[in-house]
Design a protein around this ligand. Sequence first.
Ligand SMILES: Cc1ncc(COP(=O)(O)O)c(C=O)c1O
Length: 367
Amino acid sequence: MIDAAALANAATRALRAYDPGHDLPALRKRFGDALAELGSNENPLGPSPHALAAIEAALPDVFRYPDPQGIALKTALATQLQVAAAQITLGNGSHELLMLVAQCFADGGNSIVFSEFGFAVFPIATAAAGARAIRVPALPRTHATMPRGHDLAAMADAVRTDTRVVYIANPNNPTGTWFDDAVLDDFLARVPATVLVVIDEAYHEYVTLAGVSSAVRHLRQYPNLIVTRTFSKAYALAGLRVGYAVSAAEVAGVLERLRESFNVNGLALAAAEAALADREHVARARDWNLAEREWLGERLRALGLRVLPSQTNFVLIDFAADAAPIERVLFERGVIARPMGGYGLPECLRISVGTRAENERLLEALP
Ligand SMILES: Cc1ncc(COP(=O)(O)O)c(C=O)c1O
């Protein structure tokens, strides 16, 4: 026996291993096609057919290492985002990049600011870097327009002299909430230039509201800004693990020091490039998601449930009482929802927008 936990460094001792939730492979066997997987915010429409064709075309080369710089994908992203390729860092999912930022820029002498009900990786990245977490209260449950949303003014107030990173998700997971351009403009103007501001835009492609733009437009003015995006959501390539960060080239240069060589595999690089080029496919996913989310939201509200506003491919349902028994009933009926106890929202369940058949199954299965 070895007491490995006692030997781990202080930052690792403070962490717990990721809880992967239900054993999905076993559940797929048990329920077959009747399983409604609404727990992980995937895009049930699937990826562009061009992405699948690109994977097939890349298959014979799997014996080779992938391009360590991912130049073709970076160039395509740079063209689409109107930045330089040197401003892009590729990640094995954007999760990896969120971790990398804290590891590269913060340590035990720093604090990192994020919101209550912010994305789960933010506190993990903070703890893994040994930094002090400053968790800023979210907007109240009773807020008129953005219940549980990020309070950016309070987040700017929370920045201390030792703060090195602020993590913000727009729109946010698990609340689905967002903030508009004016709020971000004010926030960026208030945060010192020595604080790295990470805007996690994992769900950006699903946003349909005018006035909720990507923070990429601010990169020229704010070299302390890092925008992260992913191919896991609207591009429907979650299984391949590709994300990217857009930042000042100098910031990308620092991230590059700790990035694992070959962190994005060859099939993923090829698929992401093809998926990026298929703009129509992403637009269809966005339009379909909007219609289906509204359909689902209306029906949930008609059942008397409180559904938070969302600009994403999921909704947060506030049951106003412990949601664990409801989650258990759904589970037994083959509908996977995401419990929110870990986020401090035990009265809520997060439900991804599924296919119409899956959404109907959810509505039938609700106790
Ligand atoms: C807000 C947010 N950011 C980042 C991620 C990480 O996604 P990936 O690592 O698949 O790019 C997720 C995944 O659910 C997310 O919800």
